[in-house]
Write a protein that binds this ligand. Structure first.
Ligand code: SF4
Length: 479
């Protein structure tokens, strides 16, 4: 190992593995990575993290570019000399090895075309990331030089161990919440919002689709707030910069899902103004036209007592705009009836909202005090029978809206994702359309196909003609 003084150029020369690539079987050969690190101590620390991860995963390091399976160059982009030195080092690694991954500050710099400067100067590099990007770098290493076999870790499938059926999966993008709704104790249990890095989230999505997932359900406590805690910093995915922001997340997820013909469904979306930007993706079908928006109430005074986020938004107008932008949009929501101090007039206001907003899928809970919630201190706790009676009245309105909406679908043809299909669907099966999230919404009961050659398979899509509405569900004939 040597240190070059001005540019802090460090070329790692770690003792080669005892195996020589020419004399051992391919399966037993340990892949080698050469590493060039330039720049300041922060870059050096990034290099250490990457090297530590390489060694933890069983990779070896090489003392020459030519003897390695690939080269990682950690660059500096601070002053012109450093940029030149970084670009020269990349060029040297490409000439001697050909397989080069670039990371570090220069990776985050844009060239004249708006593309990464590194890609402009060296289009054949395998991947480019910015600084602090150990996971993105490792992801690129895995893609181009597969990990050595680990008899313990390799028992775990690449998408991890999942509890959902093979064809759908939840993708958690953040944990915790910055709000303090008075009926909720989640922030006291899970803390403030902590968003996952966008590179990690997109990589997990990619692995899930590659493993056969056909429906990805994006979850969090507050999906619209994704990245607020990280100040929407720029992360990296697939060698390109991407902002840690809900709208960019949706765009990238849509792109990743497309070649797999898979669905992306959004849950827990608060109606902040930037959500409007996701509607075109829904109108084009890139993201399912389905929004799970937990309104909880409609009267401004109740929302204030609930300390709800986005309570100043004009939700009826917003819903109307969303539906204008995407007429297929299905909105799911949950509400609380009988919140402390709720007057009959406030409750009637909620019913009017429900009638006018025509929420497609609505659930309602009678308010129930949660130990530790600040709403317990509010005056005007209503008797249990009043809370329950209001819940029932709300659900009667919600069910009438839902029944009307489902009836309007009779005669339409919809794409249905099959969840159950005994005997390849010869006796029919069960599935869901874009309007039905698993576990919480209705289902589509599939009749046995009319054509003997038509089969239904779990995890596959089928077109089906809606022939009847039945409670919260639809009945359909596969075609
Ligand atoms: S109910 Fe309010 S405080 Fe609780 S998780 Fe949702 S937004 Fe956060």
């Amino acid at each position: 190992m040597f240190f070059g003084a001005p540019g802090h150029f460090i070329k790692f020369a770690v003792k080669s593995n005892a195996y020589d690539s020419g004399t051992v079987p391919e399966a037993a050969r340990i892949p080698k990575v050469a590493f060039a690190s330039l720049g300041c101590p922060k870059a050096l620390s990034d290099s250490e993290l990457i090297l530590t991860q390489l060694r933890a995963e069983g990779y070896d390091t090489s003392n020459s570019y030519a003897g390695a399976d690939l080269v990682i160059v950690n660059t500096c982009g601070f002053i012109d000399d450093a940029v030149k030195e970084s670009l020269d080092t990349i060029g040297e690694a490409l000439a001697e090895n050909g397989k080069v991954i670039v990371t570090g500050c220069l990776g985050a710099k844009q060239g004249a075309s708006g593309e990464s400067l590194v890609r402009e100067m060296h289009p054949s590099v395998l991947a480019v990331t910015g600084p602090h990007a150990t996971n993105e770098v490792m992801d690129a290493v895995h893609r181009h030089t597969p990990k050595p076999h680990d008899p313990f870790a390799d028992l775990v499938p690449p998408q991890g161990v999942r509890l959902t059926p093979k064809h759908y999966a939840y993708l958690k993008i953040s944990e915790g919440c910055n709000h303090r709704c008075s009926f909720c104790i989640i922030p006291s249990m899970r803390g403030d919002l902590v968003s996952r890095s966008i590179g990690d989230v997109l990589r997990e999505a990619e692995r899930l689709f590659e493993a056969g997932v056909k429906e990805l359900l994006v979850i969090s406590q507050d999906t619209s707030a994704y990245g607020v805690d990280l100040r929407h910093r720029t992360g990296f995915w697939d060698g390109r910069p991407v902002r840690t922001h809900m709208t960019e997340l949706c765009e990238r997820l849509a792109r990743i899902a497309e070649p797999h013909g898979a669905w992306v469904r959004l849950h827990y979306v608060y109606p902040y103004p930037h959500v409007d930007q996701v509607l075109p993706l829904m109108a084009s079908g890139a993201i399912l036209p389905y929004l799970d928006v937990p309104f909880q109430h409609a009267h401004p005074d109740v929302l204030k007592r609930m300390k709800r986020p986005a309570n100043g938004e004009k939700n009826l107008e917003r819903l109307a705009r969303w539906r204008e932008a995407c007429p297929e949009l299905v909105v799911r929501s949950t509400f609380i009836a009988g919140f402390p101090g709720e007057t009959e007039a406030e409750f009637e206001h909620l019913l009017d909202f429900m009638r006018e907003a025509r929420i497609d899928r609505a659930g309602c809970f009678a308010y129930s005090p949660v130990p530790g919630a600040s709403a317990n201190e509010l005056p005007g706790m209503l008797p249990a029978d009043v809370r329950e009676e209001r819940r029932a009245r709300f659900m009667a309105v919600a069910e009438a809206v839902s029944a009307e909406k489902l009836k309007a679908r009779v005669g339409a043809t919809m794409q249905v994702l099959v969840d159950k299909a005994p005997a390849l669907g010869r006796k029919g099966g069960t599935g869901r359309s874009y309007a039905d999230a698993p576990e919480i919404d209705g289902v589509v009961h599939l009749l046995p196909p009319e054509k003997a050659s038509k089969t239904l398979k779990v995890g596959e899509f089928t077109r089906a003609r809606i022939v009847a509405a039945q409670g919260h569900d639809l009945v359909a004939q596969p075609i």
